[in-house]
Design a protein around this ligand. Structure first.
Ligand SMILES: C[S@@+](CC[C@H](N)C(=O)[O-])C[C@H]1O[C@@H](n2cnc3c(N)ncnc32)[C@H](O)[C@@H]1O
Length: 279
């Protein structure tokens, strides 16, 4: 793990609360990943494969958090590998995988300085994790590294916040609530516009969990964390300059029928990148 960079928000020290707070759309997001495999590659999904031939497509989750996609994709038959900067998240995923009795490879790792081993068919960096890459150099280096570890025609799905209005840049607040058993987690995602650095295009954001567990309430405040604003055309240019990928689609939701357009602009841009053939 790199010491040169700050740690991510301390809310990520609470993987169980994270897992509850972010559970709402996991199956649909995994359906989307599978739809990408079917739509953009010739690979067969585990559910439709005959028993012979190639192994099932291999999935890599970068910044996997509590492993909600990793565990669901493992359940669907994919060989899965994840990395996350927070050891608490990695330990949580290992425990959940052991309960499921599914093979899951997960380790502590930094998306800014990855040293992957192995090759994959579909990689993903979901729920805004990509914006921890703060500079153009970090983004391009990261894309090249992921691309080098994808099989020919492999996909990389990157999902991150984009502003819905230019006069509200980095001034958005989202909140939602999820419950599992005796625990309710209300998640607040807050952006701090006064922290904007217009040259580096970074600003600070913050996560707060308000937890009610068995009738007892507590608030967990993550530190403000500096993240990068990446505009859609800029992302396209950075992908081009990596030389590794072609952008094969950008979507407003986890739905191939909902491409990102002004009429259906959403707070997130889900980009599907496909590895270019070697020159
Ligand atoms: C918003 S969560 C997203 C988790 C997961 N992708 C999901 O969709 O639920 C961000 C995750 O990125 C991790 N993270 C933050 N900085 C990172 C870095 N530099 N390298 C790897 N993981 C990082 C955090 O520990 C946290 O688990």
């Amino acid at each position: 793990m790199s010491q040169a960079f700050p740690s991510p928000s301390s809310v990520y020290q609470y993987p169980r609360y994270y897992a509850i707070g972010y559970q709402w759309n996991t199956e649909a997001e995994c359906d989307f990943l599978e739809a990408c495999v079917s739509n953009f590659t010739r690979l067969k999904l585990p559910a439709t494969r005959s028993q012979s031939g190639r192994p099932n497509p291999a999935f890599l989750d970068i910044g996997c958090g509590s492993g909600r996609h990793l565990l669901e994709m493992a359940r669907r038959g994919y060989p899965v590998t994840g990395l996350d900067l927070r050891p608490e998240m990695v330990d949580f995923v290992k425990r959940e995988a052991a309960k499921m009795k599914r093979p899951v490879t997960v380790s502590v790792g930094d998306l800014r300085e990855m040293s992957l081993t192995g090759t994959f068919d579909i990689a993903a960096c979901l729920m805004d994790t990509f914006r921890f890459l703060l500079t153009n150099e970090q983004i391009v280096r990261h894309l090249r590294h992921v691309g080098e570890h994808l099989n020919p025609g492999g996909l990389y799905v990157a999902d991150f916040w984009i502003p819905t209005k230019w006069d509200q840049l980095a001034n958005e607040i989202y909140q939602w609530e999820q419950t599992a058993e005796d625990t309710t987690v209300r998640v607040f995602y807050l952006q701090h516009p006064e922290s904007i650095d217009p040259i580096s295009q970074t600003f600070e954001d913050e996560l707060v969990f308000v937890v009610n567990e068995g009738g007892e309430s507590k608030e967990i405040h993550g530190e403000r964390t500096r993240t990068r604003l990446i505009m859609p055309q800029e992302f396209r240019a950075l992908v081009e300059s990596s030389g590794m990928f072609e952008v094969v689609g950008t979507f407003a939701e986890f739905d191939l029928q909902k491409p990102l357009k002004p009429a259906c602009l959403s707070w997130r841009m889900i980009s599907v990148l496909q590895k270019r053939p070697a020159p």
